[in-house]
Ligand binder design. Sequence first.
Ligand code: ACM
Length: 545
Amino acid sequence: MNIAEWTPILATIVCVPSSLAVAAGVARDTVSVVPQPMSIERREGSFVITPSTQVIAEGQAAGGAPKLIDALRPAMGYRLSRVESPTSATSTIRMKIDPSLRDRIGDEGYELDVGPQSINILACEPAGLFYAVQTLRQLLPPEIFSRQEVKGIEWSLPCVHVTDRPRLRWRGLLIDPARHFIPVADIERFIDTMALHKFNRLQIHLTDDQGWRIEIKRYPQLTETGAWMDFTALSRGGQSADGPRPGGFYTQDDIRRLARYAADRHVTIVPEIEMPAHTGAAIVSYPHLGLHPENLNKLPIGERWTANERVLAPRPQTVTFMQNVLAEVIGLFPSRHIHIGGDEANIAHWKQSDEMQAMMHELHLKDETELHSWFIKQMDTFLTSQGRQLVGWDEILQGGLASGAVVMSWRGQEGGIKTAQAGHDVVMAPTSHTYFDYYQGPAQTEPKAIGGFIPLEKVYGFEPVPEVLDAEQAKHVLGGQGQLWGEYIADQKHREYMAYPRAAALAEVLWSPQESRGYEQFRLRLTNHLKRLAVLGTNYRPLDR
Ligand code: ACM
């Protein structure tokens, strides 16, 4: 049965008030996986996990077994045993890598077969096994997401056959510790919930005017000064200056640990080091990076972040400085993609600078957009020489796109369309559908947000691959990303509230087949799914708020 056939049955099963559903045992039979798998076929019966259930994972699948066992242990209160071959077990969960399935399920896909006595999981790569485990967890009662043992529950899941693979390769979220520092433990929890939704990219906006958050050994002032600017949009005339101190930074050890934690959950952290604008913290730390270092000390300390309008002077020494920063960054993050920002540069300041005008003349650059592009190209050349790939916001299209660059299209999808048509890769992240720092309900009843209005249904209606692209061009759309900019998000509870359930909608947009999408049936599945988030302790905006 494909999804279209499945939907009416799903609707009849799920369309029961949740309290009644639990009382009648109906919720136990409900299949409501988010994001919706490519194909899910319901079969007779159920499988019950008990302490005697054995996990069998051979060869390359071996790494998948502990992930399954660890995911089930807290709520079940016991560890399933792992064996090489089944003993007298009455029930088994078998995991296997089978590269011959690649044409059907790709690198991240899986097959999950749940029968009354055995569960069989097949994938081509460990990522697929991991995603099968995420689906398996969602087939169990929501209490499985508890971090403490839950007694008195039968850990049963309905018999199903699932064949699944993602629609798109880049399924991302962005968080912003530059505006309000985010403790490592909060990022880890955030990654846990992302992984449950099969997201695989976490962009971390590590530097901005308000703070520099990553230790760079060669330039210690970046964090000694730049990590403690201690102001935010909230503290500067926003709602309140209360709450956690906004300053802080990640040591290189923190970063290594975080990158490993994410990789274990098949999430790649994409670091973002902003340039040539949004660089107030860097300029305050190293004034010679700015246009007029001599002016900096004339400003009161609290105003220095505004120095030189927060744009770098792209002198050769500045290029070297930023390449040296990137050299340390790529030593810490295994991500092929390294984001260099590139957005919202107030290049008019270069126009007013005799020094910059002379430099442009020398480089035969006709205007400031070309100087911007020249600077980005220096980073592109460097990253390419190191085997990495530059990503930048769509302003990097102006003045000529660097040869190896990937564009992140935020000012609508037009920039992304141009990029794909020019044969470059693009990630769609438009303000219209993916800015989760925007309001999701009426402003007067919501926590203060930066503005805008992007309710859940709008996110669900996002189409990351514009119709105007032909099949070849469409292949350049790597995927999409939701943004949680941090100006007005000061803590984890609020971050989660802004993210969910909108990120669940985005996960489905990016993972599930386009033809399977339907907002009404998504809402029905979401009702059950939100119980999982509640048990997990992830905050979210209630559907009926
Ligand atoms: C952006 O929102 N300035 C990328």
